[in-house]
Design a protein around this ligand. Structure first.
Ligand SMILES: CC(C)(COP(=O)(O)OP(=O)(O)OC[C@H]1O[C@@H](n2cnc3c(N)ncnc32)[C@H](O)[C@@H]1OP(=O)(O)O)[C@@H](O)C(=O)NCCC(=O)NCCS
Length: 180
């Protein structure tokens, strides 16, 4: 099913950050092998302990994993992924190329990931984020994630605690997408 995931989104307003995206269309689709070199570079620029290209290639093949890329003119400018563990989706590698941040692409990616997850029965989502990463924490909170704990010294380079966040399925069985 993940091979069929594709979603086209019109270019979003620039919010005063340059004009390179004006009139362009962002496509969100399943990460394929040919995206991995660019995704790997994006990962290296966004994280101090980046995944390797092989890690991403493994995710392309892995059952129960979905990695999405945001493409502009065929080039990956954003990535995120989820691994399903018995209805709990572990989200990771959420990153948008620096020049494209602040334009709603991170939110589109994670929203698309949860739409796909809903189809395959993921009920709850969890992720870790550096306690100092205000931008990411606000993004996740805006999507309905709540902090449920701290993992001390989870990160290195620099050493830092992780906030553990969850978005749990409501009592009535619905995943609330309206807030997304
Ligand atoms: C976190 C990240 C993915 C957000 O991507 P993005 O495309 O810039 O985010 P969006 O434009 O979709 O923003 C969605 C929401 O996130 C929050 N947000 C995004 N950037 C923010 C910033 N610099 N400061 C505060 N809040 C911010 C806001 O709540 C925003 O909603 P709003 O625009 O309605 O106010 C991006 O900053 C990034 O790649 N960071 C480096 C990698 C990283 O830290 N990933 C997270 C690992 S857990």
């Amino acid at each position: 099913m993940k091979d069929n995931f594709e979603k086209k989104i019109e270019a979003v307003p620039m919010r005063g950050r340059g004009e390179e995206a004006e009139g362009k269309c962002i496509t969100i689709c399943t990460m394929r092998k040919e995206h991995v070199p660019a995704v790997s570079l994006l990962e290296q620029s966004a994280f101090s302990m980046p995944w390797s290209a092989q890690d991403f290639l493994d995710m392309v093949e892995r059952e129960g994993a979905l990695y999405l890329v945001a493409l502009c003119e065929g080039q990956p400018i954003g990535v995120c992924g989820v691994i399903d563990a018995c209805g709990d989706g572990d989200i990771s590698n959420v990153a948008v190329e620096e020049a494209w941040r602040g334009r709603g692409i991170g939110r589109m990616l994670v929203t698309a990931l949860m739409e796909w997850g809903k189809e395959i029965g993921i009920r709850n989502y969890t992720l870790e984020v550096r306690v100092s990463n205000t931008a990411a924490i606000r993004l996740y909170e805006s999507l309905g994630f709540q902090s449920e704990g701290i993992r001390p010294n989870f990160y290195e380079k620099p050493r830092e605690d992780a906030l553990i966040m969850w978005k749990r399925q409501a009592e009535d069985g619905q995943i609330t997408m309206s807030e997304i």
